[in-house]
Ligand binder design. Structure first.
Ligand SMILES: Nc1nc2c(c(=O)[nH]1)N[C@H]1C(S)=C(S)[C@@H](COP(=O)(O)O)O[C@H]1N2
Ligand SMILES: [Mo]
Length: 409
């Protein structure tokens, strides 16, 4: 019979130094019922070894998700000094990091549920806290659990483009990531001795019996691993195309869409009508401004790039794009070599109708004002007559229905 407590060691009788002792009365007998009664939780899987084994995997998933989230944030919102220095290579970089971001976020869901199941008997520990320090630690765990659950749930719903809340997802996801990572680091620091003690099977063998591994723990860990494997296998094909045949649960399938490529915002949804496209021409503002019709653009030197669309929501797919190099268009406007460019869409309003591109992308020979996709003229949902495609950039910045390029000083 094991009542979970720190490190599965008997509680220290001494008062922890530096924290005031709370004068808690002995719990009244009528309260010590159900889950609050002495020894209510007898399952030995609720111990520190299980918490450590599941926690290791959960920690790894959260760490990858956090780092790839930072990458995604700074590629989308670089500070001014970095905007021209962002790497445009490897061309598949964002596809990899954002695929990992969403895959590890999804994998973290069964892991966090398993972890919560392992430790939930602690919610009923009595007394609730033995010291002010312990009370603060429990508070930090409440913050950790709350923010991690909110991040994972809202992140998952974001992959479905479903926003059943009144706040803007992106800034809240960004801010909560910092709260969650701070609370996690605090948790790891507080638990460091327990984690070290239960990290490996051998270290666990030095403490009391419940920490030793047995068939029950192996079965539990195997079950959790199977759950992680199942959610990963049925979703990761949305970006890792060799597994696309198993992509049963992800909101996007990489093959479903016109010209073999998914569409996030259709022309209809963006308010792009035939009337608005009727007298389309590309306008380029710069030291030597000019305008080009579509036949004139097609008469310029055409290049092809094999580049992915990698949506922040997790799906991605590589495609063959054909069109005019952005740097050729900028040179023609007399842009200085380090110039940045603002790209304006025919779409009116919406967060993605105007985009800025630093010089590292604008000068990259792979960056195109694309006119064709996979051997055919762009379909209207993919941005006809012209769209941007650049290497190592989030899908949200691959602007469709481009009408204007502005050379920025
Ligand atoms: N003008 C405009 N361009 C846009 C968008 C948009 O809403 N408006 N959506 C972006 C997003 S979020 C993605 S993932 C890609 C998707 O490109 P696709 O529809 O050609 O696959 O286009 C980007 N370009
Ligand atoms: Mo996207």
């Amino acid at each position: 019979m094991q009542n979970p407590s720190d490190g599965d060691r008997p509680p220290k009788p001494s008062i922890p130094r530096g924290s005031a002792r709370l004068a808690l009365p002995a719990p009244p007998a009528w309260l010590r019922r159900g889950p609050l009664r002495e020894g209510a939780f007898t399952g030995r899987l609720h111990d520190a070894r299980t918490a450590t084994v599941v926690g290791r995997a959960l920690g790894a998933a959260i760490a990858v998700s956090f780092v790839t989230g930072l990458i995604s944030h700074y590629l989308q919102h670089p500070p001014g000094w970095a905007a021209d220095r962002l790497p445009s290579r490897p061309s598949w970089g964002y596809r990899l990091t954002q695929g990992l971001h969403v895959a590890t976020g999804i994998a973290a869901i069964p892991l966090v549920l398993a972890k919560l199941w392992t430790v939930y008997p602690r919610l009923f520990a009595w007394p609730p806290a033995r010291s002010v320090g312990k009370a603060l630690e429990r508070l930090s765990i409440a913050v950790l659990v709350g923010t991690v659950l909110l991040q994972l749930l809202t992140g998952l719903l974001n992959t479905l483009q479903w926003y059943p809340w009144p706040w803007n997802f992106v800034p809240v996801h960004w801010a909560l990531a910092w709260v969650a990572i701070g609370a996690l680091l605090l948790h790891l620091a507080v638990k460091a001795p327990v984690i070290a003690e239960h990290w490996s099977r051998r270290s666990a063998g030095t403490v009391r019996l419940p920490a030793a591994d047995g068939p029950d723990r192996r079965a539990f860990v195997l079950g959790v691993g199977a759950a992680v494997g199942a959610v990963t296998l049925t979703t990761v094909g949305q970006s890792f195309t060799p597994l696309k045949d198993f992509d049963l649960l992800a909101p996007r399938h990489p093959d479903h869409g016109p010209q073999g490529l998914p569409v996030n915002k259709t022309a209809a949804a963006a308010g792009i009508t035939a009337a608005r496209l009727a007298d389309w021409r590309l306008r380029v503002a710069g030291p030597r401004p000019y305008e080009l019709t579509l036949p004139e653009l097609r008469a310029l030197e055409q290049h092809t790039s094999l580049l992915p669309i990698a949506c922040v929501e997790g799906w991605s797919k590589s495609a063959h794009w054909e069109g005019v190099r952005v740097r050729d268009l900028l040179d023609r406007a007399g842009a200085p070599p380090g110039a940045r460019v603002r790209v304006v869409s025919l779409q009116q309003g919406g967060a993605y109708s105007v985009m800025e591109m630093g010089s590292s992308y604008a000068r990259d020979p792979l960056t195109l004002l694309a006119l064709a996709l996979n051997g055919a003229p762009l379909s209207v949902d993919h941005g006809f007559p012209a769209r941007i495609i650049a290497p190592n950039r989030p899908g949200v910045l691959q602007t469709k229905w481009v009408s204007r390029l502005e050379v920025l000083a």
